[in-house]
Design a protein around this ligand. Sequence first.
Ligand code: AMP
Length: 396
Amino acid sequence: MKLPRIEDQNFHGKRIFLRVDFNVPVEDGKVTDTTRIEKTLPTIDLLLSKGAKLVIGSHLGRPKGGPEPKYSMKPVYEAFQKLTKAKVSFIEKVVGSEVVSASKALAEGEILLIENLRFHKEEEENEKSFCKQLAELADVYINDAFGAAHRAHASTEGIAHILPAFAGLLMRKEIEMLGGLVMRPERPFVAIIGGSKVSSKIAILKNLIDKVDHLLIGGGMAYTFLRSRAVPIGKSLFEKDFESEAFQIIDRAGVQGIDLQIPVDHIIADQFDANAKSKTVDKMGILDGWMGMDIGPKTIDSYAKVIKNAKTILWNGPMGVFEMDKFAKGTIEVAKAISKSKAKSVVGGGDSIAAINKAGVADKITHISTGGGASLEFLEGKTLPGVACLIAKEEG
Ligand code: AMP
């Protein structure tokens, strides 16, 4: 999968429509976390240093297809202004003659931030004439919004068929890291998959089972796996509809010679509560009236040994109810084990990222994927429309 490198292009004097993910949290008209904006700055700086004129567009929240003041990009504009040295202006419109004029009035090195793309329902509908209107704002299209690449919207897909299209630095990094992981991992390749439900991870498990050497399972989903092997799980989280799928995954791992591990001991609680009565059980099975809340010390040891010898690691989903301190150890220890290993490590999913931060080891991780749904779909083996349209352009 080859993506065009924007570093190699001449963008001097060109108007570029840069699709970003500035979908940041806003409270009382103020941006409370600027991480997503900051992550796009390298792409913005590179393009400006090349003498480009930038028209920047993003979605923010979930407006219902029309303008809603609480989803205006105005607060984002104010936060963004403080983060860049470039001259930025904001226009309270997305498309139309006024926006086209403003884009044409830009000098090299200047930025125009447009209003929330989702103030037009045509954005999510990927409607043709809206795509054309967006395309009128620029000569070149660059997408740096990996988090929105699993959606075929006008600004993530449609416009790429009209203008020369490229991936931004952030987008390319995500694709190269995630793509490299599943296409040509250095072995042993270890996937650690946790989180609450088998149902939301079943597709990724099915895709990974053909690619990994070790599959370590934790979190609430582990109990459906245990139950599928007739292990008593008390009142732990259980998805009856996925019991047979879990059974089949264990079988498939056996047939293919993959080391699939499920927890052999647990931290259990009498109820789902931070102050619940809790204890460690040195067995696979859980008694009636108790629920599994975290992996136990033997499981941590065993998982840590596998992680230590890994050359490639993918982690998605916590090992226990890590939001509650009593049940955070398994997740934190896995984060620490990953940070100590010499493997190339990729961590995705909001909870695993939070755990990496809680363990204070974010700087030891090769790549923290911010893609959310997009990275999960990518790892499930799906073609992301927002990526496919960039690759097709390159080859075509
Ligand atoms: P997910 O969004 O599917 O990655 O799941 C993350 C959630 O799984 C977190 O909020 C955890 O609290 C929850 N979780 C992890 N382990 C367990 C468990 N043993 N029982 C119930 N929920 C769990």
